[in-house]
Design a protein around this ligand. Structure first.
Ligand code: PEP
Ligand code: MN
Length: 337
């Protein structure tokens, strides 16, 4: 349930309400909005009369959260969440573009691509160091060595860094080097990993699973948030369908649906969403038009020799043109890039 405090509720009244809820066995999640404080109370409501909280001093109203995703839903947090990342903010009027290679292959490779995407306007550099590959014989990533390159290059170029974590045991290492920790599609329902991500102090980029419904995506976010980390950025990256012309089917309608259900920002990944270079730019433009809070795009200076996902990686020149195009689209809908 959600306890909405009055605009003028005192700190003491808020504390009193928190204590009463805790006594009843609820776990409290507090959000201090611009005008009022909201207390999310998660726990077993059986045998508890909600009216008891309505009469507390400073309480404006008590609402029942009917959605299964309590913290990720709009009842608990009506305003959009804006997540700061390295001097930028995801979830506001600015569209944040993350770009870079699928995998970090060498310092030189990452540096070459990073300079290009930075010049074109990307705010965050992507690059996988631990790679979830369909084949165990494919390149598995450089591991920590790759993260060192990512961290050094992003510091020099003043960009944010995002990279994927695959296992709990990588978490300590990865959080030392990146600004955003990515959870890949294949791990969206790795609940043990999600819980651990709920205990870190960095934003999490949570990608939609290959066959996950929107509700399952929001429930995965809920796992992270239930442990106290509210900085979750969702990502639509395409889902498995019967269609073979594309690697995945980019579900653009998920963007407005998520935005109506949840306060969390949602970005789009048209690289994995389509899997084909010629389809990435049109779907990037469409995602911005659909209201995505950002994009994550694979870019490679020599995609024919990329160690992963070369066929869906844009050339730097294509990426630069895409950035110009999406600026116009952003402007048309009252946003900036
Ligand atoms: C990636 O970002 O390179 C990646 C493996 O993404 P996904 O988990 O969406 O397949
Ligand atoms: Mn990839």
């Amino acid at each position: 349930m959600v306890i909405v405090m009055r605009d003028n509720a005192t700190e003491q009244q808020i504390k009193n309400a928190e204590q009463r809820l805790e006594k009843c066995g609820f776990k409290i999640h507090r959000v201090d909005g611009v005008t009022r404080t909201i207390l999310g109370a998660i726990g077993d409501k059986r045998g508890i009369d909600m009216r008891e909280f309505e009469s507390l001093e400073g309480v404006y109203e008590v609402l029942r959260i009917t959605e299964p995703y309590k913290l990720a839903g709009r009842t608990f947090h009506p305003d959009n969440s804006v997540i700061p990342v390295n001097g930028s903010a995801i979830g506001g009027d600015e569209i944040i573009v993350m770009a870079g290679p699928c995998s970090i292959e060498s310092e030189e490779q990452l540096y070459t691509i990073a300079r290009e995407v930075k010049k074109a306007g990307a705010k965050v550099l992507r690059g996988g160091a631990f790679k979830p590959r369909s084949s165990p014989y494919s390149f598995q990533g450089l591991g920590e060595e790759g993260l060192v390159f990512l961290s050094q290059i992003t510091q020099e170029l003043q960009m944010g860094a995002v990279s994927e974590v695959m296992e709990i045991k990588q978490l300590d290492t990865i959080t030392r080097y990146v600004d955003i920790v990515q959870v890949g599609a294949r791990n969206m329902q790795n609940f043990a990993l999600l819980r651990e991500l709920g205990r870190i102090k960095k934003p999490v980029l949570l990608k939609r699973g290959l066959s996950a419904t929107i509700e399952e995506l929001l429930m995965a976010a809920e796992y992270i948030m239930s442990e106290g980390n509210y900085s979750v950025i969702l990502c639509e990256r395409g889902i498995r369908t019967f269609e073979n012309y594309t690697r995945n089917t980019m579900d653009l309608s998920a963007i407005p649906v998520v935005q109506s259900l949840s306060h969390l920002p949602i970005i789009a990944d048209p690289s994995h969403g389509t899997g084909r270079r010629d389809q990435v730019v049109p779907m990037a433009r469409a995602a911005v038009a659909a209201g995505a809070n950002g994009l994550i795009i694979e870019v490679h200076h020599d995609p024919d020799h990329a160690l992963s996902d070369g066929f869906q990686s844009l050339y730097p020149s294509q990426f630069q043109r895409m950035m110009e195009e999406i600026k116009t689209i952003a402007w048309a809908i009252g946003k900036t890039i």
